[in-house]
Design a protein around this ligand. Structure first.
Ligand SMILES: *Cc1c(COP(=O)(O)O)cnc(C)c1O
Length: 367
């Protein structure tokens, strides 16, 4: 069996250090807003080449807090990609703002700056640039579009910890960035977690207050807050794993490189990475007109695959009424054809070769 992503094995490598971290927190008896959180926030800000970081409960809340701290709400428009994990859209809905989906570039799968340019109007308050599958979106192009306008660029970096655009880290490209530490992400906790990073100290203090009952001083509540904090145990676990992130991303890159070589000439559409971008290969996504059949054949050979994602947000039950007259053809086409091959920092080279062999066989048998 070749698993799609072996999370157990990823964490097993850190077993003793994670156990020691848990013991340490238990010994102190402080589980919320303690020294492990502060230490991880500082380390993660530095890693992202930003001045400030706030640990929060999960990636969705990180996005919501960014929008709330920028005072974005009813009557405001937020431009989002039409193909993304649904959390990007839900964050906009949760603050009562209007979702304005735009189509992706069909090669990089990331938001198309030309489509964003066409969607900008006086009600536009933010663009959420999702770094999908681990490759940074073209934030530089978005910045030149929004120059001089009161439009914030928020990175949804939930799939892109450590990736770079023009040499700069994801998380340092826009005005603010939201990260998720869901266990399956490139930097994963052993539970839920998330973070907001930015260089804007005032914005960060607002996020910190909003995430902690709207309180800057204990029992003083000046704004309507929520409760979404990164707890000490998860912060301690993340502090153990962060120093290995670059190493793990390099291991993913090696797997991706082998796939890119080994899957030439199979009729699959292979991932395209822009020359200025460094992907961290959260997912290795190929396209094929008969992807369901390929997935079935691979499964019969003991190889797990995934589909990211089977249904675009505008066709989901929760949004289908609002967007019933909208068509996002590029996005729908992508969703029909994508297939994610196994990739992880702990994948054995023999397994990578086995996947290549079996994918070649499967595509040949369908020709
Ligand atoms: C995982 C993910 C999120 C949400 O993160 P959670 O921690 O699960 O809330 C948001 N956006 C994208 C693109 C994601 O992949």
């Amino acid at each position: 069996m070749i698993p799609f992503l072996d999370i157990r094995r990823i964490n097993e490598r850190h077993g003793p250090a994670l156990a020691a971290a848990l013991n340490d927190v238990m010994g102190r008896g402080q589980f919320i807003l303690g020294p492990c959180l502060t230490s991880f926030e500082n380390a993660f800000a530095r890693y992202c080449e930003r001045d400030h970081c706030v640990g929060v409960g999960n990636g969705l809340d990180a996005l919501v807090l960014c929008l709330r701290a920028y005072d974005i709400g009813p009557g405001d428009e937020v431009i989002v990609p039409s193909n993304t994990f649904i959390a990007t859209w839900l964050a906009v809905t949760m603050v009562g703002a209007t979702i304005v989906p735009v189509e992706p570039d069909p090669y990089s799968y990331n938001i198309d700056p030309a489509a964003v340019a066409a969607a900008i109007n006086p009600r536009t308050k933010a663009v959420i640039a999702v770094h999908l599958y681990g490759q940074p979106a073209d934030v530089q192009a978005l910045r030149s579009l929004t120059k001089g306008l009161d439009i914030k660029i928020i990175e949804d970096a939930a799939q892109a910890h450590g990736s770079r655009a023009h040499g700069r880290r994801a998380g340092s490209l826009g005005d603010a960035a939201a990260f998720s530490f869901y266990p399956g992400k490139n930097l994963g906790a052993l539970g839920d977690g998330g973070a907001v990073v930015s260089n804007d100290a005032e914005f960060i203090e607002t996020v910190r207050a909003l995430a902690n009952y709207g309180s800057r001083t204990k029992y003083v509540h000046s704004i309507i807050g929520q409760n979404t904090r990164l707890d000490e145990v998860q912060a301690a676990f993340l502090g153990v794993k962060l120093p290995f992130l670059d190493h793990d991303n390099a291991a993913r890159r090696q797997v991706a490189q082998r796939y890119l070589e080994g899957l030439q000439g199979t009729g699959l559409t292979l991932p395209y990475v822009a020359p200025w971008a460094e992907s961290v290969w959260h997912l290795f996504v190929v396209q094929h007109p008969r992807r369901d059949e390929i997935a079935r054949i691979l499964r019969s050979q003991g190889i797990e695959t995934g589909v990211h994602y089977p249904t675009p947000p505008h066709l989901q039950g929760c949004y289908s009424e609002v967007f019933k007259n909208s068509r996002f053809g590029i996005s729908e086409d992508i969703h029909r054809h994508v297939l994610s091959l196994p990739i992880s920092p702990v994948m054995d080279p023999e397994d990578v070769e086995a996947v290549i062999t079996q994918v070649r066989r499967a595509t040949q048998s369908l020709m």
